[in-house]
Design a protein around this ligand. Structure first.
Ligand code: CP
Length: 329
């Protein structure tokens, strides 16, 4: 096939370590597998700069977006990525689906499989939902965020953006600030970054640091200035007020005063510090608008990079199923 229309073909066949039909989390991936996704995403990034932003890599395949929780970036990004790969895309509107009549996740997944889809991209409020679905269907499952557990493609696009900006991941000092307790983004970033040799610090009030974070390889501080000092990058997380069952959260103003990223605070950090946020931002809670829209911010570049990273993931899980089917046939 012409590499002009299928830019990562050679990279895929040179580096065939990816053998997974699903992408469920970064905890289970090896550093080599993470590097393979990043490398293929690099090739796919160029596709979005073409006049005709399409390659035929997934022509004839069907991707179903099954989102049980709200999403702007991830859902649209998977849809754009699928279309750039020439796949057909179906978005299931949960509110108008038989989920409202009590259909289970597994039954929904099996019916999507019976409709001959190839990949289900699932977001769900329960940790472990993507893994459970993957065990019950033969089609590929890509986790687009499950409860507090993992959001692997968000972390991959964060890491991709860091590597693009700073040229490497090994030995980078990355501070993750905010609601670590409820954050699947934090968990996936910690797994991914530490596997690639970065030094990760998490910073939050005590009630927003869950147990077991240090065992994952991250250092903990409750002092924002300490987290910013010498950091190459900060990844600032959204306060997930909708998950606050125990009213454990500090007030918004109080939080901003102690943990909010302001220009005055950034001025005391490394002048080239990279500011990231997975979105959506609570402006005036996690960071000021001046910082969100300022020169250190790469927040919208993260969103753009999400397309290439998700193209790489969809391509890899699909290629594995294709290979297995060829072997069976
Ligand atoms: N970063 C992220 O997951 O955003 P959405 O909830 O809009 O998908």
């Amino acid at each position: 096939m012409n590499p002009e229309v299928f830019p990562c073909r050679d990279k895929y066949f040179e580096q065939t370590m990816w053998q997974r039909k699903d992408l469920l989390g970064l905890e289970e991936l090896s550093p080599e597998e993470i590097r393979q996704v990043l490398s293929i995403a690099e090739s796919f990034k160029e596709v979005s700069t073409r006049g005709i932003k399409k390659v035929p890599a997934l022509r004839g395949k069907t991707v179903v977006n099954l989102f049980y929780e709200p999403s702007t970036r991830t859902r649209v990004s998977f849809e754009v990525a699928s279309k750039r790969l020439s796949a057909d895309v179906i978005n299931i509107a949960i509110e108008a689906s038989s989920v409202k009549k009590g259909e289970t996740l597994i039954d929904t997944g099996r019916n999507i499989e019976a409709l001959k889809a190839d990949i289900i991209v699932v977001r769900h409020g329960s940790s472990g939902a993507a893994e459970m679905l993957a065990r019950h269907v033969g089609v590929s499952v890509v986790n687009a965020g499950d409860g507090w557990h993992e959001h692997p493609t968000q972390a991959l696009l964060d890491i991709f953006t860091l590597k693009e900006k700073l040229g490497k991941i090994k030995d980078l000092k990355v501070s993750i600030i905010g609601d670590i307790a409820h954050s699947r983004v934090a968990r996936s970033n910690i797994w991914g970054l530490t596997k690639l040799g970065a030094k990760v610090t998490v910073c939050a009030p005590k009630m927003l640091i869950p147990p077991g974070i240090e065992e994952m390889g991250a250092s903990v501080t409750h002092n924002l200035d300490e987290a910013l000092k010498d950091a190459d990058a900060v990844n600032v997380l959204r306060m997930q007020f909708e998950r606050d069952e125990n009213t454990a959260f500090p007030g918004r103003l109080q939080y901003f005063k102690t943990f909010g990223i302001t220009q005055a605070r950034l001025d005391k950090a490394n002048k080239d510090i990279i500011v990231m946020h997975p979105g959506p931002i609570n402006r005036g809670v996690e960071m000021s608008s001046e910082v969100a829209d300022g020169v250190n911010s790469v927040i919208l570049e993260q969103v753009t990079n999400g397309i290439a990273v998700r193209m790489a993931v969809l391509f890899l899980v699909s290629a594995v199923r294709e290979e297995k089917n060829e072997t069976i046939n």
